[in-house]
Write a protein that binds this ligand. Structure first.
Ligand SMILES: Cc1cc2nc3c(=O)[nH]c(=O)nc-3n(C[C@H](O)[C@H](O)[C@H](O)COP(=O)(O)OP(=O)(O)OC[C@H]3O[C@@H](n4cnc5c(N)ncnc54)[C@H](O)[C@@H]3O)c2cc1C
Length: 427
């Protein structure tokens, strides 16, 4: 699949994730020549399905097609005969603080609290108030459980790092699908024999001369313009040098967008179902001091024989430093509290996704810092008529999502083509 570096394409696309592949697709349609450069050995980036560990497909990155009635991947999935499983109203397997299984009345109470808190958060943002979400959480039953889900496990940052303005701005993620064969595998179908140079690391994007010089581990390429789709985690790490330096406004936008961390901990069992329904969320009520540091689960997604534990935010960054074995043991011990020690007998193997240490992502997905709403828009503007950032962090009200990445790549390809190949006006 990997191709040698050509000389002088119109556009260099850095990154072959959802955004880079969609930019390539759009440039094909527009007849603009391009090359995609990808540092890792595979396409898809954070959309990544692997089957070799469990013998069943597991999405290491994205797995939900969110807002599925207006999401390119719903159509693409149907077209390519993927199995899309509706996950809009999943069953909740809930436990109380004393370990007892919650009654339906408790679950109804949780749902009521969730709706109320969401309404307050959105209302705050709608009024133009951009403060940490934690500041407006009412003291309703199960609010701690909600904060754990919505902060660490949904936004991938702790609840005090979520901007109320962004919370209001982002589109609803329901209805949704999960993909039996893997969303990463579905995203990979975007690649229609595109010219992609794999295992090729970009070190520098130099705008100082005519066009753009992209310096890579396999040599330099000169193009008219560059679409850079790497994550904000990578941009923050300064592994790619920009010449001249990015202006203060753009650099500030990068500083104002955090790279969150969500770690998945898939645990394979021997076919036992532990009393949890397929595709259900397993969660438990927690004390205030544990918000952000609890592991909730998705049970037997689309009928596979594994549950997926989730940890996120600062707790996930900290736990990741201890290594995969510790993380798997932590998740197992949490599941054991809910299901009893029989789980050990039926447990086959588990692993933790490596988004914390992955040098090509440096985290999972982005979240705007409280008080910094507007940073995504700044980051998505073309620079010097020859560089444009794309990717999930630039995706407006569908930021953080794989379809947001797709739409941002498509838009960047159109905008940059309009700049480098303006239509000749007829006299
Ligand atoms: C654990 C997890 C769960 C998620 N869950 C969901 C979900 O359920 N639904 C959803 O919609 N989204 C979800 N997401 C988010 C979604 O996966 C991302 O928003 C999307 O895949 C990002 O695509 P992208 O093209 O912007 O970036 P990427 O996929 O990161 O693509 C950028 C590419 O650039 C490459 N690169 C980096 N540095 C260099 C360099 N120096 N030189 C060359 N190439 C480089 C990378 O290897 C990568 O392939 C999740 C993400 C994670 C990590």
């Amino acid at each position: 699949m990997s191709v040698p570096l050509p000389t002088n394409p119109d556009i260099v696309i850095v990154g072959a994730g959802s955004s880079g592949l969609s930019a390539a697709k759009k440039l094909e349609e527009l007849g603009t020549s391009y090359l995609v450069i990808e540092a890792s050995d595979h396409i898809g980036g954070r959309a990544y399905t692997k089957s070799d560990i469990f013998g069943q497909p597991v999405d290491h990155g994205c797995s939900w097609i969110s807002g599925s009635d207006d999401n390119i991947f719903s159509d693409l999935g149907r077209k390519n005969n993927f199995t899309l499983v509706d996950h809009s109203n999943p069953k909740i397997e809930m436990f109380e603080r004393d370990g007892a299984k919650s009654t339906q009345a408790n679950i109804n109470e949780y749902n009521k609290s969730e709706s109320k808190i969401k309404e307050i958060l959105r209302d705050t943002g709608r009024q133009g108030i951009d403060i940490p979400a934690s500041k407006v959480i009412p003291n309703v039953p199960y609010n701690e459980c909600f904060q754990n889900w919505e902060g660490a496990l949904n936004y991938a940052v702790d609840i005090n790092q979520i901007s109320t303005a962004e919370y209001w701005h982002l589109k609803d993620t329901q209805p949704s699908f999960i993909v039996k064969e893997g969303l990463g595998n579905l995203v990979a179908t975007l690649n229609n024999n595109f010219p992609i140079a794999l295992n090729t690391n970009v070190f520098e994007i130099d705008l100082s001369g005519k066009g753009v010089k992209v310096v890579t581990s396999k040599g330099s390429i000169v193009a008219k313009a560059c679409i850079c789709t790497v994550s904000v985690g990578v941009l923050k790490s300064e592994k790619i040098k920009f010449t001249p330096k990015l202006c203060n406004k753009v650099q500030r936008a990068i500083d104002d967008i955090q790279m969150g961390l969500l770690v998945k901990i898939p645990l394979l069992f021997d076919g036992i179902r532990l009393g949890f329904a397929e595709n259900s969320f397993v969660q438990y009520d927690i004390a205030k001091e544990n918000i952000g540091s609890e592991c909730y689960f998705l049970a037997w997604p689309t009928g596979h024989d594994y549950v997926v534990g989730f940890i996120g935010g600062q707790f996930a960054w900290d736990l990741s430093k201890l290594g995969e074995e510790e993380i798997v043991e932590y998740a197992l011990s949490k599941l054991e509290i809910l299901s009893g020690d029989k789980i050990r007998k039926h447990f086959l193997k588990g692993f933790a996704t490596d988004w914390a240490s992955n040098p090509f992502t440096k985290g999972s997905y982005s979240a705007v810092k409280p008080g910094c709403f507007g940073a995504r828009e700044v980051l998505s503007e073309p620079i010097a008529e020859k560089l444009i950032f794309a990717g999930e962090a630039t995706a407006g009200n569908i930021a953080g999502l794989v379809n947001g990445a797709y739409e941002s790549g498509k838009l960047a390809a159109t905008r940059i083509t309009n700049i480098v190949k303006p239509k000749i006006k007829s006299p």
